[in-house]
Design a protein around this ligand. Structure first.
Ligand SMILES: C[S@@+](CC[C@H](N)C(=O)[O-])C[C@H]1O[C@@H](n2cnc3c(N)ncnc32)[C@H](O)[C@@H]1O
Length: 337
């Protein structure tokens, strides 16, 4: 079986599709921006409602093939762009009044199961882990990045306490010869984490997450994507985000809280909040999580959290406080290799 055939056979279940649809209400028609097209599950479901227009974005060139059938079926109502969502503001078509902008973060099943992409621990292929439109690959990061910087990435972006130990082990191996595959990297990490048997998850899970986030600058993308989306939305527009790990959820939660009524005054002696500093009128207080039957059908959905907010009529201003709050991550991802 060639790679294309196996890719076509993989099934991607759109996570919490019903919950997303009930928040964005496509039955009323309007323009929708699907920032993470993937297998096209959300876009297709929205297009089933006749008065809708969908602009879809994905940084991955390979998912373009899944957009083709939709372009054919809905030539006047559907557009696809291979682009990073931090750039949504640059696409002319998006300068329309969007009813909703949706992010379903992370990887699709197609990316995860494609051995050539190197996202899985057992992949014997070249160390890649690129989602698309990247500056460098995992191969370059693992084999050339300064040892201390590598340790920092693993610790902070993977929440991996053994970051230093793992970086030292990687350094020991790469000095002899370059580390070439994900399988090889996973086995080096396993060796560094001597007590790995105690762990339920694969000992390389956190390190792989950290490296993947770094290579794709995922947190910077999310921060800029949220800001750009807020700029594009007008009064009543919905911003909906499905996240899959705690760093992503922390960023989304803080963004919504900082610029909505949910942020209370830290002290009654401080002046009241300026009404103009609020950008969202309604924010989900608690994240929405998948029902048990969805988790049984699609294990990947178990860590998903859906948050949304509704834009108010206030003019957009650049959310400096938010940017500064997470500067530690954007600076770390911005490190040159
Ligand atoms: C979880 S999948 C989306 C699945 C989709 N909702 C569906 O129903 O099929 C995430 C997709 O977002 C894309 N993606 C991740 N980060 C991105 C970014 N910064 N810009 C554009 N696309 C991104 C990935 O390439 C992947 O295809």
């Amino acid at each position: 079986m060639n790679a294309t055939m196996s890719l076509e056979k993989t099934k991607h279940y759109p996570v919490m599709l019903n919950q997303v649809l009930s928040i964005i209400s496509p039955q009323h028609g309007g323009t929708f921006i699907d920032c993470t097209f993937g297998g096209g599950g959300y876009s297709e479901a929205i297009l089933k409602f006749p008065q809708t227009q969908v602009t879809a974005i994905d940084r991955d060139k390979l998912v373009e093939r899944f957009s083709k059938p939709l372009t054919k079926r809905f030539p006047k109502r559907f557009n696809f762009f291979q682009e990073k969502f931090s750039n949504i503001g640059k696409l002319d078509q998006n300068k329309l009044n969007a009813r909703a902008i949706i992010f379903d973060l992370g990887l699709s099943s197609f990316q995860l199961s494609d051995d050539k992409r190197g996202f899985s621990f057992g992949s014997k292929n070249f160390l890649n882990m690129e989602m698309g439109i990247n500056e460098y690959s995992t191969y370059e990061v693992i084999n050339t990045l300064d040892k201390e910087y590598l340790a920092k990435i693993i610790k902070i972006l993977g929440d991996e306490k053994d970051g230093k130990l793992i970086a030292n082990k990687i350094d020991k191996y790469r000095k002899k010869k370059p580390i070439k595959s994900s399988e090889q990297l996973a086995s080096i990490i396993k060796e560094a984490k001597k007590n790995y048997n105690r762990y339920k998850i694969n000992p390389a899970t956190k390190t792989f997450q950290a490296i993947r986030i770094f290579v794709n600058k995922e947190l910077t993308e999310l921060i800029l994507g949220l800001i750009e989306a807020t700029k594009l939305l007008s009064n009543g527009g919905v911003l909906a985000v499905v996240s899959f790990h705690s760093l992503e959820d922390k960023i989304v939660k803080n963004f919504f809280n900082l610029y909505s009524n949910l942020k209370t005054n830290p002290s009654r002696y401080l002046p009241e909040r300026n009404e103009k500093s609020i950008l969202f009128k309604n924010v989900s207080k608690k994240p929405i999580v998948p029902h048990q039957d969805e988790i049984i059908k699609n294990k990947r959905s178990r860590s998903a959290k859906l948050r949304y907010a509704i834009r108010n009529a206030n003019s957009f201003f650049y959310p400096e406080d938010f940017k500064n709050k997470f500067i530690k991550y954007t600076e770390l991802e911005g490190g040159k290799i």
